[in-house]
Ligand binder design. Structure first.
Ligand code: FMN
Length: 738
């Protein structure tokens, strides 16, 4: 709901908001440019009387003196019957240059205020300001939800791509945009009479003036009492009319000055409403607050990027939520399918189930598990299809499911069935699905069918499960789904570095180049030259006998120009053995699987990287990409510094150029006889301090190491009254475990 509240105005208004914000950013420059060219005497240095006296010496027929919010002084005068206006130097009264408002800024202002369309355009700009207000407020709520609460709003963000860029920039710009939107809405509402405007009541013309011989303007007492900094305008009396007066407006109010006695007559302070109104204009335009104008301008310039990334996110979400043409609303559905997925393969199965159930007449609603509603009023069947990630953890689209389950109010008639997707080679086969099954039963829901687990996307297991569900609900589903094979990438080994033979841990860093498809094949969709990937994504490799693919964490990003992995040869490892035997020039077929849940946060908070053995691969990749020199600390364990110190030269270079802040290694077959978790224990207080300062922890390596690390970190965190699970829920403890 909140997301819709944020997305719909954004989509609708995207293009117009871009025009509004770019023109706003240009206009925001005006106060700063004006200010830069203005001569501004210090406070108390020049009085209005002195200023007027100096100006009159150069412009005997002065009609009016105006001081702009930026501090420029303009004189309006007549000479030889011709009216003119000049910028003047307040210290000398001399003219600097003829004054005229800029045609360019005038044009931009028209575009900004009214899209060149008069009142219709002004109304549109007002509506857009309201949209912007809704976007800012709903965006702040979404950000708080993403960072795990308002107190964590400044916490480093995880994730990548458009979502990350959108959230990071929005966080930077939101206060400026909120201020512009609020003040813009206020000004539009006043313009269209929806809010009252402060009445412009000036002082009444004095009933009596002395009518005596006019004194020189520089000698008038009332003008001598006003500092130039407070002047708005001074209108001169009509020449030769002793009954006329000077009309003075200052930042505090307005009044009249007798041209003979110099007395202040009928002074009226500015009404409170006018002061507020003036502040609102200043806060919107930066008039008189040139520095604020620049901040608002910078925030406005971010709007085009927010619009483009916002539309990209919406589009990606639409696509990944699976082109479900007949998706029924949650409130009307009799059947609900919830999907937990990280790499999107489970969505394909969910789509097939959605289509089959729809075909036999059910009203089916399908969404990600994170979008679990509080209530499905009409539903009597709930299917949960979910994969498992990390070490038995929730995939990205289900991470908030368990927390949302607390507020879930299932109707009495609701029954459920969980279908887990996983890989039997993982010790925690489909563990998250099992957890969900238990949690739903714990909520008092009845099982429509007991949990089943699908191994490595087996389509036959899926189809059999469909048959059983069909029998239970009294109709044939005929689930027949064949996932498309992922786009394959041909790689050629260009370089390898071998380690660890003498300590029975043969491990190699393998660097491949992407083999470009020649001839017509390069035009086939999917045969892209270089796929996009980041360190921490996964390289899928199918071993030669065609069994299920094995995944290796990537140590490089596409921009590095190589595909780099770190492979430890397992004793009877089919795929690791195959890769280990490769020689430069050999080619393999592979595919990329994105793993956006395993990425270091950006920002100045420390990042603690922990790994052992080949687990150093993606961690080294993160350090290589740390161009902004965020504090990164690496804890890594191997067997022997002489034999399997992977990436030793690179890490030295990263320390030198500060991409890596500190390196802590430990070797189990040296005198230390210790593992990486022992090293963490030794560094207990430093680790605790870093976590207390907002550090994020990323762990990569074998499951035993990960379990040991988790145990030690839990102990280290005890005095902080938090633990690994709490950090994990905040996106501050990420694991890539195999
Ligand atoms: C990094 C990683 C960790 C995984 N961890 C587990 C796990 O702990 N248990 C399991 O059964 N499957 C695990 N899997 C396998 C996935 O659950 C399986 O490939 C699933 O089909 C992915 O579906 P999805 O693309 O919809 O997320 C893991 C896969 C990867 C790439």
């Amino acid at each position: 709901m909140l997301r819709k509240f944020h997305g719909l105005p954004g989509l609708f208004a995207g293009l117009f908001l871009i025009v509004l914000s770019v023109t706003g950013a240009v206009l925001a420059l005006a106060p700063a440019l004006d200010r830069a060219s203005a001569v501004i005497p210090g406070a108390g240095q020049v009085s209005v009387a002195e200023l007027a006296g100096r100006i009159v010496a150069h412009y005997p027929q002065t009609e009016q003196i105006v001081r702009t919010y930026s501090g420029n002084v303009i004189v309006y005068y007549s000479r030889d019957g011709q009216a003119g206006a000049d910028l003047v130097n307040p210290l000398t009264g001399e003219g600097i240059a003829p004054y005229g408002s800029s045609a360019f800024f005038g044009w931009v202002k028209d575009l900004h205020r009214a899209f060149m369309l008069d009142d219709a355009g002004r109304a549109m700009a007002g509506v857009l300001a309201v949209f912007m207000l809704i976007l800012c407020i709903s965006g702040m709520f979404l950000l708080a939800r993403r960072t795990g609460g308002w107190a964590n709003l400044l916490r480093p963000l995880s994730g990548s791509g458009s979502k990350r860029i959108h959230a990071e920039l929005a966080r930077f710009a939101v206060l400026g945009l909120l201020l512009s939107a609020l003040t813009g809405t206020f000004m539009s509402a006043q313009r269209f009479g929806l809010l009252p405007e402060a009445p412009e009541i000036g002082p009444r013309f004095p009933a009596e003036v002395s009518g005596g011989q006019p004194a020189p303007v520089g000698s008038l007492k009332a003008l001598g009492n006003v500092d130039l900094g407070g002047l708005r305008e001074l209108v001169f009396p009509y020449p030769g009319d002793p009954q006329d007066v000077y009309s003075l407006t200052t930042s505090g109010g307005s009044g009249f000055v007798d041209q003979a006695t110099g007395e202040l007559l009928q002074y009226q302070p500015l009404a409170k409403g006018s002061v507020v109104q003036q502040w609102i204009v200043s806060l919107h335009t930066g008039e008189g607050l040139w520095w604020l104008g620049l901040i608002l301008g910078a925030a406005a310039l971010i709007v085009p990027v927010l619009s483009v990334t916002g539309i990209t996110i919406w589009w990606q979400r639409r696509r990944s939520s699976g082109k479900l043409p007949d998706n029924i609303g949650a409130a009307r559905a009799d059947t609900v399918i919830l999907v937990g997925s990280e790499g999107n393969t489970t969505w394909g199965f969910a789509r097939e189930l959605h289509a089959s159930l729809g075909k036999v007449g059910f009203k089916v609603h399908c969404s990600e598990m994170n979008a679990l509603a509080e209530h499905y009023p009409q539903a009597s069947r709930l299917f949960v299809l979910t994969s498992t990630y990390g070490d038995g953890d929730a995939p990205a689209s289900a991470r908030r499911f368990m927390a949302r389950l607390d507020n879930f109010r299932p109707g009495k008639a609701l029954t459920f069935a969980v279908l887990g997707f996983g890989d039997r080679q993982f010790p925690n086969f489909c563990k998250f699905a099992v957890d969900v099954d238990k949690a739903l039963a714990g909520k008092g829901l009845k099982r429509l069918h007991s949990i089943e687990r699908i191994d490595r996307c087996s389509t036959s297991q899926f189809s059999k499960w469909g048959d059983k569900i069909g029998q239970t609900i009294g109709t044939s589903l005929g689930l027949d789904y064949n996932p498309l094979p992922p786009a394959s990438v041909e790689l050629e080994l260009v370089e390898r570095a071998d380690y660890g033979l003498s300590v029975e841990a043969p491990t190699s860093i393998l660097r491949f180049k992407v083999v470009e498809q020649g001839g017509w094949r390069r035009y086939v969709p999917g045969n892209r030259k270089t796929p996009s990937f980041e360190a921490g994504d996964l390289l899928g490799v199918v071993p030669p006998n065609g069994q299920a693919p094995r995944f290796y964490s990537l140590a490089s990003s596409a921009t590095d120009g190589v595909v780099e992995i770190c492979v430890r040869k397992q004793p009877r490892g089919l795929c690791s053995g195959y890769l280990y035997e490769l020689k430069p020039g050999n080619r393999i077929s592979s595919f990329i699987r994105h793993n956006p849940g395993f990425r270091p946060a950006t920002g100045s908070n420390p990042v603690i990287l922990i790994g052992a053995g080949a687990g150093i691969g993606p961690l080294a990749g993160f350090i290589r990409k740390n161009a902004s020199r965020n504090p990164m600390y690496l804890y890594w364990g191997g067997r022997s510094s002489q034999s399997d110190f992977l990436y030793q030269p690179e890490l030295g270079r990263y320390l030198d150029d500060h991409r890596l802040t500190a390196l802590n290694t430990v070797f189990s077959r040296s005198d230390e006889r210790a593992y990486v978790q022992d090293k963490l224990k030794q560094d207990e207080s430093a680790v605790r301090q870093m976590v207390n300062a907002g550090a994020q922890i990323l762990v990569c390596g074998g499951k035993d190491m990960a379990a040991g690390v988790k145990q030690v970190i839990d102990e280290i965190l005890k005095p902080l009254a938090t633990d690994v699970e709490a950090l994990r829920a905040d996106g501050r403890y990420l694991e890539d475990v195999y």
